[in-house]
Design a protein around this ligand. Structure first.
Ligand SMILES: NC(=O)c1ccc[n+]([C@@H]2O[C@H](COP(=O)([O-])OP(=O)(O)OC[C@H]3O[C@@H](n4cnc5c(N)ncnc54)[C@H](OP(=O)(O)O)[C@@H]3O)[C@@H](O)[C@H]2O)c1
Length: 257
Protein backbone atom coordinates (compact mmCIF):
# COMPACT_ATOMS: atom_id res chain seq x y z
CA UNK A 1 0.00 0.00 0.00
CA UNK A 2 1.36 3.50 -0.91
CA UNK A 3 0.75 6.72 1.03
CA UNK A 4 -0.33 10.15 -0.23
CA UNK A 5 -0.79 13.33 1.76
CA UNK A 6 -3.18 16.26 1.51
CA UNK A 7 -4.25 19.20 3.66
CA UNK A 8 -7.74 19.43 5.17
CA UNK A 9 -8.71 22.23 7.60
CA UNK A 10 -5.01 23.11 7.92
CA UNK A 11 -4.06 19.54 8.93
CA UNK A 12 -1.89 17.09 7.05
CA UNK A 13 -3.94 13.98 6.24
CA UNK A 14 -2.23 10.80 5.06
CA UNK A 15 -4.22 8.57 2.71
CA UNK A 16 -3.54 4.99 1.88
CA UNK A 17 -3.37 4.73 -1.91
CA UNK A 18 -3.60 1.32 -3.57
CA UNK A 19 -0.84 0.82 -6.15
CA UNK A 20 -1.74 0.44 -9.80
CA UNK A 21 -2.13 -3.14 -10.85
CA UNK A 22 -2.79 -4.73 -14.18
CA UNK A 23 -6.35 -5.30 -12.91
CA UNK A 24 -7.09 -1.70 -11.86
CA UNK A 25 -5.51 0.89 -14.19
CA UNK A 26 -7.96 3.55 -12.96
CA UNK A 27 -6.36 5.82 -10.25
CA UNK A 28 -8.09 5.73 -6.88
CA UNK A 29 -10.01 8.81 -5.52
CA UNK A 30 -7.18 9.44 -2.98
CA UNK A 31 -4.57 9.63 -5.77
CA UNK A 32 -6.78 11.97 -7.80
CA UNK A 33 -7.26 14.28 -4.78
CA UNK A 34 -3.48 14.48 -4.18
CA UNK A 35 -2.74 15.15 -7.86
CA UNK A 36 -5.34 17.90 -8.11
CA UNK A 37 -4.07 19.52 -4.88
CA UNK A 38 -0.46 19.61 -6.09
CA UNK A 39 -1.51 20.99 -9.48
CA UNK A 40 -3.49 23.78 -7.71
CA UNK A 41 -0.43 24.61 -5.58
CA UNK A 42 1.73 24.74 -8.72
CA UNK A 43 -0.72 27.11 -10.43
CA UNK A 44 -0.84 29.36 -7.37
CA UNK A 45 2.99 29.53 -7.23
CA UNK A 46 3.12 30.33 -10.98
CA UNK A 47 0.65 33.18 -10.43
CA UNK A 48 2.67 34.57 -7.48
CA UNK A 49 5.90 34.36 -9.53
CA UNK A 50 4.25 36.14 -12.50
CA UNK A 51 2.95 38.87 -10.18
CA UNK A 52 6.39 39.37 -8.58
CA UNK A 53 8.17 39.33 -11.97
CA UNK A 54 5.99 42.23 -13.13
CA UNK A 55 5.75 44.30 -9.94
CA UNK A 56 9.21 43.99 -8.32
CA UNK A 57 11.29 45.42 -11.23
CA UNK A 58 8.74 48.23 -11.63
CA UNK A 59 8.72 49.12 -7.91
CA UNK A 60 12.55 48.90 -7.78
CA UNK A 61 12.95 51.18 -10.82
CA UNK A 62 10.53 53.76 -9.44
CA UNK A 63 11.91 53.80 -5.88
CA UNK A 64 15.69 53.58 -6.54
CA UNK A 65 16.04 57.08 -8.12
CA UNK A 66 14.33 58.52 -5.02
CA UNK A 67 16.22 56.40 -2.54
CA UNK A 68 19.78 56.33 -3.93
CA UNK A 69 20.65 60.09 -4.17
CA UNK A 70 19.74 60.84 -0.51
CA UNK A 71 21.44 57.61 0.56
CA UNK A 72 24.72 58.50 -1.22
CA UNK A 73 24.51 62.08 0.06
CA UNK A 74 24.05 60.75 3.61
CA UNK A 75 27.06 58.43 3.21
CA UNK A 76 29.18 61.24 1.76
CA UNK A 77 28.27 63.59 4.63
CA UNK A 78 28.95 60.86 7.16
CA UNK A 79 32.42 60.12 5.74
CA UNK A 80 33.25 63.87 5.49
CA UNK A 81 32.23 64.41 9.13
CA UNK A 82 34.23 61.28 10.06
CA UNK A 83 37.31 62.71 8.31
CA UNK A 84 37.00 66.14 9.91
CA UNK A 85 36.29 64.88 13.42
CA UNK A 86 38.37 61.71 13.25
CA UNK A 87 38.76 59.73 16.46
CA UNK A 88 41.88 60.46 18.49
CA UNK A 89 43.36 57.00 19.04
CA UNK A 90 46.40 58.17 21.06
CA UNK A 91 46.65 55.93 24.13
CA UNK A 92 43.78 53.73 22.96
CA UNK A 93 44.19 49.95 22.87
CA UNK A 94 43.94 48.33 19.45
CA UNK A 95 44.01 44.58 18.79
CA UNK A 96 44.86 43.64 15.19
CA UNK A 97 44.55 40.07 13.90
CA UNK A 98 46.77 39.10 10.97
CA UNK A 99 49.29 41.79 11.89
CA UNK A 100 52.39 39.92 10.71
CA UNK A 101 52.16 41.07 7.08
CA UNK A 102 50.21 42.97 4.44
CA UNK A 103 47.29 45.20 5.41
CA UNK A 104 47.39 44.17 9.09
CA UNK A 105 51.07 45.12 9.40
CA UNK A 106 50.52 48.52 7.79
CA UNK A 107 47.42 49.20 9.88
CA UNK A 108 49.63 48.59 12.91
CA UNK A 109 52.07 51.27 11.66
CA UNK A 110 49.20 53.72 11.00
CA UNK A 111 47.78 53.23 14.50
CA UNK A 112 51.34 53.49 15.91
CA UNK A 113 51.87 56.81 14.13
CA UNK A 114 48.78 58.11 15.96
CA UNK A 115 50.03 56.89 19.33
CA UNK A 116 47.84 53.83 19.90
CA UNK A 117 48.89 50.88 22.09
CA UNK A 118 48.89 47.68 20.06
CA UNK A 119 48.20 43.98 20.56
CA UNK A 120 49.43 42.18 17.45
CA UNK A 121 48.07 38.72 16.60
CA UNK A 122 49.13 36.16 13.97
CA UNK A 123 50.78 32.73 13.85
CA UNK A 124 54.35 33.85 12.93
CA UNK A 125 55.73 35.11 16.21
CA UNK A 126 59.15 36.25 14.89
CA UNK A 127 57.54 38.32 12.17
CA UNK A 128 55.13 39.84 14.71
CA UNK A 129 58.07 40.85 16.91
CA UNK A 130 59.66 42.74 13.99
CA UNK A 131 56.35 44.55 13.35
CA UNK A 132 56.00 45.40 17.06
CA UNK A 133 59.55 46.86 17.22
CA UNK A 134 58.92 48.93 14.13
CA UNK A 135 55.56 50.12 15.52
CA UNK A 136 57.23 51.26 18.77
CA UNK A 137 59.89 53.11 16.77
CA UNK A 138 57.15 54.89 14.81
CA UNK A 139 55.26 56.06 17.92
CA UNK A 140 53.26 53.35 19.66
CA UNK A 141 53.76 53.58 23.46
CA UNK A 142 53.59 49.76 23.77
CA UNK A 143 53.13 47.01 21.19
CA UNK A 144 52.67 43.49 22.55
CA UNK A 145 52.80 40.29 20.52
CA UNK A 146 50.38 37.41 21.14
CA UNK A 147 50.88 34.48 18.75
CA UNK A 148 47.59 32.81 17.93
CA UNK A 149 45.52 31.04 15.31
CA UNK A 150 42.14 32.72 14.72
CA UNK A 151 40.56 29.43 13.65
CA UNK A 152 40.98 28.16 17.23
CA UNK A 153 38.32 29.48 19.53
CA UNK A 154 40.53 29.05 22.62
CA UNK A 155 43.31 31.14 20.97
CA UNK A 156 40.82 33.95 20.25
CA UNK A 157 39.59 33.90 23.86
CA UNK A 158 43.21 33.91 25.05
CA UNK A 159 44.45 36.83 22.92
CA UNK A 160 41.47 39.05 23.80
CA UNK A 161 41.82 38.28 27.52
CA UNK A 162 45.63 38.70 27.46
CA UNK A 163 45.24 42.11 25.80
CA UNK A 164 42.71 43.30 28.38
CA UNK A 165 44.85 41.89 31.20
CA UNK A 166 47.92 43.76 29.91
CA UNK A 167 46.33 47.12 29.05
CA UNK A 168 43.21 47.05 31.23
CA UNK A 169 40.89 47.84 28.31
CA UNK A 170 40.19 47.29 24.61
CA UNK A 171 39.07 50.09 22.28
CA UNK A 172 39.35 48.73 18.73
CA UNK A 173 39.26 45.19 17.41
CA UNK A 174 40.56 44.99 13.83
CA UNK A 175 39.51 41.65 12.33
CA UNK A 176 41.98 41.47 9.46
CA UNK A 177 43.42 37.91 9.38
CA UNK A 178 42.31 36.37 6.09
CA UNK A 179 43.27 34.27 3.10
CA UNK A 180 42.01 34.31 -0.48
CA UNK A 181 41.89 30.83 -2.02
CA UNK A 182 41.68 30.91 -5.81
CA UNK A 183 39.96 27.95 -7.48
CA UNK A 184 36.80 27.31 -9.51
CA UNK A 185 34.18 25.79 -7.20
CA UNK A 186 33.80 22.63 -9.29
CA UNK A 187 37.59 22.22 -9.69
CA UNK A 188 38.38 21.64 -6.00
CA UNK A 189 39.97 18.17 -5.98
CA UNK A 190 38.65 17.82 -2.42
CA UNK A 191 35.88 20.24 -1.37
CA UNK A 192 36.90 20.02 2.31
CA UNK A 193 40.07 21.95 1.35
CA UNK A 194 37.86 25.05 1.09
CA UNK A 195 36.93 24.86 4.77
CA UNK A 196 40.05 26.62 6.19
CA UNK A 197 39.22 29.77 4.19
CA UNK A 198 35.85 30.00 5.92
CA UNK A 199 37.45 29.11 9.26
CA UNK A 200 39.99 31.94 8.96
CA UNK A 201 37.98 34.61 7.13
CA UNK A 202 34.62 34.22 8.78
CA UNK A 203 34.96 32.17 11.96
CA UNK A 204 38.25 33.91 12.86
CA UNK A 205 36.40 37.26 12.81
CA UNK A 206 33.34 35.85 14.57
CA UNK A 207 35.31 34.24 17.43
CA UNK A 208 37.47 37.35 17.98
CA UNK A 209 34.42 39.63 17.94
CA UNK A 210 32.50 37.36 20.30
CA UNK A 211 35.16 37.56 23.02
CA UNK A 212 35.93 41.25 22.41
CA UNK A 213 32.35 42.57 22.50
CA UNK A 214 31.96 42.70 26.33
CA UNK A 215 35.17 44.81 26.57
CA UNK A 216 34.21 46.98 23.59
CA UNK A 217 30.85 47.68 25.22
CA UNK A 218 32.66 48.94 28.33
CA UNK A 219 34.98 51.21 26.34
CA UNK A 220 32.31 52.18 23.74
CA UNK A 221 34.83 50.82 21.24
CA UNK A 222 34.62 49.62 17.66
CA UNK A 223 35.04 46.55 15.48
CA UNK A 224 36.88 47.36 12.27
CA UNK A 225 36.21 44.51 9.84
CA UNK A 226 38.61 44.29 6.91
CA UNK A 227 36.53 42.81 4.10
CA UNK A 228 36.78 42.74 0.33
CA UNK A 229 34.71 44.13 -2.52
CA UNK A 230 34.40 40.48 -3.56
CA UNK A 231 31.62 40.33 -0.96
CA UNK A 232 29.28 42.46 -3.07
CA UNK A 233 30.85 41.78 -6.48
CA UNK A 234 31.39 38.00 -6.55
CA UNK A 235 34.54 37.04 -8.44
CA UNK A 236 34.96 33.81 -10.42
CA UNK A 237 37.40 31.38 -8.75
CA UNK A 238 36.91 33.09 -5.38
CA UNK A 239 33.60 31.55 -4.30
CA UNK A 240 34.48 30.96 -0.64
CA UNK A 241 36.26 34.30 -0.31
CA UNK A 242 33.18 36.06 -1.70
CA UNK A 243 30.80 34.12 0.55
CA UNK A 244 32.73 34.89 3.74
CA UNK A 245 32.99 38.62 3.14
CA UNK A 246 29.30 39.69 3.44
CA UNK A 247 29.12 37.73 6.68
CA UNK A 248 32.05 39.72 8.03
CA UNK A 249 30.41 42.99 6.98
CA UNK A 250 27.10 42.02 8.60
CA UNK A 251 28.96 41.11 11.77
CA UNK A 252 30.64 44.52 11.92
CA UNK A 253 27.44 46.42 11.01
CA UNK A 254 25.61 44.67 13.83
CA UNK A 255 28.35 45.56 16.28
CA UNK A 256 28.40 49.29 17.00
CA UNK A 257 28.93 50.27 20.60
N1 LIG B 1 45.15 42.29 -0.46
C1 LIG B 1 44.03 42.74 -0.99
O1 LIG B 1 43.96 43.16 -2.14
C2 LIG B 1 42.77 42.75 -0.15
C3 LIG B 1 41.64 43.39 -0.64
C4 LIG B 1 40.50 43.43 0.12
C5 LIG B 1 40.47 42.84 1.37
N2 LIG B 1 41.57 42.19 1.82
C6 LIG B 1 41.50 41.56 3.14
O2 LIG B 1 42.52 42.08 3.95
C7 LIG B 1 42.96 41.09 4.87
C8 LIG B 1 44.48 40.99 4.82
O3 LIG B 1 44.88 40.70 3.52
P1 LIG B 1 46.40 40.82 3.07
O4 LIG B 1 46.40 41.00 1.62
O5 LIG B 1 47.10 41.81 3.91
O6 LIG B 1 46.89 39.34 3.37
P2 LIG B 1 48.32 38.77 3.84
O7 LIG B 1 49.41 39.72 3.54
O8 LIG B 1 48.40 37.39 3.31
O9 LIG B 1 48.15 38.72 5.43
C9 LIG B 1 47.27 37.83 6.02
C10 LIG B 1 47.51 37.92 7.50
O10 LIG B 1 46.58 37.02 8.11
C11 LIG B 1 47.31 36.21 9.02
N3 LIG B 1 46.66 34.90 9.14
C12 LIG B 1 46.36 34.02 8.17
N4 LIG B 1 45.79 32.92 8.68
C13 LIG B 1 45.72 33.12 10.02
C14 LIG B 1 45.25 32.35 11.11
N5 LIG B 1 44.70 31.14 10.93
N6 LIG B 1 45.35 32.86 12.36
C15 LIG B 1 45.92 34.08 12.57
N7 LIG B 1 46.36 34.86 11.58
C16 LIG B 1 46.28 34.39 10.31
C17 LIG B 1 48.71 36.08 8.44
O11 LIG B 1 49.66 35.86 9.46
P3 LIG B 1 50.33 34.44 9.81
O12 LIG B 1 50.53 33.71 8.52
O13 LIG B 1 51.60 34.81 10.51
O14 LIG B 1 49.37 33.77 10.74
C18 LIG B 1 48.91 37.49 7.90
O15 LIG B 1 49.39 38.34 8.91
C19 LIG B 1 42.27 39.80 4.48
O16 LIG B 1 41.19 39.58 5.36
C20 LIG B 1 41.77 40.07 3.09
O17 LIG B 1 40.55 39.39 2.87
C21 LIG B 1 42.72 42.14 1.09
Amino acid sequence: MCMAASFRNGQLINHEVPPYTHDSLEPSPGTLASLSLSSHCGEAMDLINKFLNITVPFVALVTLPFFLPPYFLFKFLLSTIGNIFSEDVAGKVVLITGASSGIGEHLAYEYARKGACLALIARRELRLREVASQAELIGSPTAIVIPGDVTKVEDCKHFVEATVKHFGRLDHLVTNAGVAPVCMFEDYPDITRAAPAMDINFWGSAYSAYFAIPHLKQSKGKIIAIASAAGWLPVPRMTFYSVGNPLIRILSLNSYY
